[in-house]
Structure formats: structure tokens, C-alpha cells
Design a protein around this ligand. Structure first.
Ligand SMILES: [Zn+2]
Length: 103
């Protein structure tokens, strides 16, 4: 009766911290290789892209990615939409095709 609920305040602080953690992880993912057009993951061929996607883990829950769609916005560049199989977080990964063969 009119008693304070410190546990609720604590929960709210936890939720705030959790949201901040999600944001921090997103920021880190955007800065890491493959997270942006400026820092694509280098691959030998387009065929390797799917394999690389499967080898990556979701920064939020370490789950596996599922490939949703991929585009070629520029020659040698692949923009890949993926979704985490575990938490459902969507992400766009960038790949650059680096070939040792002469063009
Ligand atoms: Zn996830």
C-alpha cells in the first residue's frame, strides 16, 4: 500500500541497459568488416558469399544468418540482406569480389 517498488525501478534500469547494449552492438556491427559499403568483406568469387554469410554470427545473439536477398549495386560489389534465424534481427552485409585473375 503506497509502498515503493524498487524492483520495478531496477527492471526499468535493466531494460534501459539492455537497449543500450543492443544499440552498442549494432554500432559495432556497422563498423566491423562487412557492415558497410566502405568496409566490405573480401571474397574470391560470388559463390563464396553465401558460405561466408553462414560462417558469420549475429552480433545480438550469436545466431546464424539466413540469406534473404542479394544485389549487385556496382560491379564487383554485393549487398546482401540477411536475417538472424534466432532473434530475427535483419542486417545488410557488404562483399567485394576480389579476383587474382586479370580482367
Ligand atoms: Zn540474432
Amino acid at each position: 500500500m503506497g509502498r515503493k517498488r524498487p524492483e520495478r525501478t531496477a527492471r526499468r534500469a535493466n531494460e534501459r541497459a539492455a537497449r543500450q547494449l543492443v544499440r552498442d552492438r549494432e554500432k559495432l556491427a556497422a563498423l566491423s568488416t562487412g557492415g558497410s559499403k566502405e568496409h566490405p568483406i573480401h571474397v574470391d568469387s560470388a559463390a563464396v558469399v553465401e558460405v561466408r554469410v553462414r560462417s558469420l554470427a549475429c552480433p545480438q545473439c550469436a545466431g546464424n544468418y539466413r540469406l534473404i536477398d542479394h544485389r549487385a549495386p556496382a560491379s564487383g560489389l554485393r549487398e546482401v540482406d540477411v536475417k538472424c534465424d534466432q532473434c530475427g534481427a535483419p542486417r545488410t552485409l557488404w562483399f567485394k569480389l576480389v579476383t587474382s585473375e586479370p580482367n
